[in-house]
Design a protein around this ligand. Sequence first.
Ligand SMILES: Nc1ncnc2c1ncn2[C@@H]1O[C@H](COP(=O)(O)OP(=O)(O)OP(=O)(O)O)[C@@H](O)[C@H]1O
Ligand SMILES: [Mg+2]
Length: 473
Amino acid sequence: MNPDKSLDIERILEILEEQVYQHTGRYFLESEKVLIKGTWEGKDYEEIARDSGYNMHYLRTGVARQLWLLLSEVIGNGIQVKKIYLKNILVKLTKRYYADLEVAKFDNNELVGKTRIYGELPKLKYFYGREEEIKKLKNEVNVLKQRCLAITGVGGIGKTFLTRKLLEEILLETPDIYEYVIWYKVNSASSLDELLSEVIKILNLEINKEDFQTKICLLSNYLDSHKCLIVLDGFERLLQTDNFENKLNYEQLFIKLAEEQHRSCIIVTSQVPLKEMVYVTTTFNIESLRLEGLEESAAMQMLHDKGLGGEECKQLISFYRGDPSELEAVISKIHNFFGGSVKKFFEYQTTLTGERLQAMLNQQFAQSRLLSNLQRQIMIYLAKTMSDNSDRVPFSNLINGLKKELGLELSISEVITSIEILEQRSLVEAYRKSFSKEVSYSLQPVIKKYILVDPFGLVRKMPVQTKIKEVPL
Ligand SMILES: Nc1ncnc2c1ncn2[C@@H]1O[C@H](COP(=O)(O)OP(=O)(O)OP(=O)(O)O)[C@@H](O)[C@H]1O
Ligand SMILES: [Mg+2]
């Protein structure tokens, strides 16, 4: 059912009442229903009282106060329900209710239409924005028939959520086009070879030789004879066991999946762009979407639903670059420590970092293979320069500064390659106003703070350079 068609207040009251009943064992009082309906219709207390015949003072103090407290408990999700937010919360609640009915259809090993689902799809309790990205990805999958797609971006930016939402939409719109959908969460302890073995096992394929080549061929043939949609979620986790042989294997896998004719589609999510993970890149032709923060309107909606308001919300979104997991982390801190006031939070001029981004930064800086000396120096230089003067740093200043700081003969091409990689991983931000203007760089505040504070001493721990470490573009 289309949830928009079911946004009828009588139906919403039923859904809400059912939840209240499960929580408290009682149904709504008539006066409570009157208040909820009136609020839904945008009326103030005076209008509700006039239209219903109840006394306004009784409605406001005798009914409303208790009712908002009750609803906060039942549907507030940790946030206080107030009259001004109620309509919004009810719309979300109803949409979620209908979405859950649909989603319940595709749990593990379930059939949606003729499609069998394998793997544990992450649950989506809510989802904001990303309309453009979903439209683009649907077009890549359904119209352009891309065989392999990558969704990249920093930890916590929403790759898994987006892919899950995309899958839901594809399955709801065209439930019969795939035979199998496999959601495979990459495990950091596994290798590519093990990953292939597991996918082969899920598909119940018979294999007579256990070597990598045989596995790739078997899978590729199967993907041609059966239309499958496979998600490999968190592919960067394989990088922990990175070595030369692995890189050749990744390359073989991706070239085979992307270049060879087959009818299926593989979607890979990764913090590290795939082309950094392979050696030869000339034939590497995988469509990639680099995910950035939520657009302002979606992030505003998220803040609003979670009980934050005021002019400063826009500033908060821009400060955290619309990053949903960072925003979630800071929203709960603002509620816990600043009484829900974004203004007060800004008065303290602090930069809070969410766990997801911090985990990613730890991983990037802890693994010597992920960031070279020069890349670290570039980030440290940007952080220091921006802490003296928070402006963006023009490319020529960066080069001159690095030369001065490091006292080295710098290879400009090496700096360019390094900073391009940092940009693709969304670790630095680039500003290109026009072709005639020089590019300048900055760090988002959370990353700048991480580098300056260096909480685990990982940033300045320069790796010992070896030939194999350089990651070519
Ligand atoms: N579109 C969205 N709407 C609402 N919340 C979102 C959205 N995208 C992400 N989030 C929130 O951010 C959290 C992180 O998202 P997600 O797990 O998709 O990130 P990720 O990019 O896959 O991170 P990682 O690289 O660490 O796996 C989610 O658990 C969710 O709470
Ligand atoms: Mg993820």
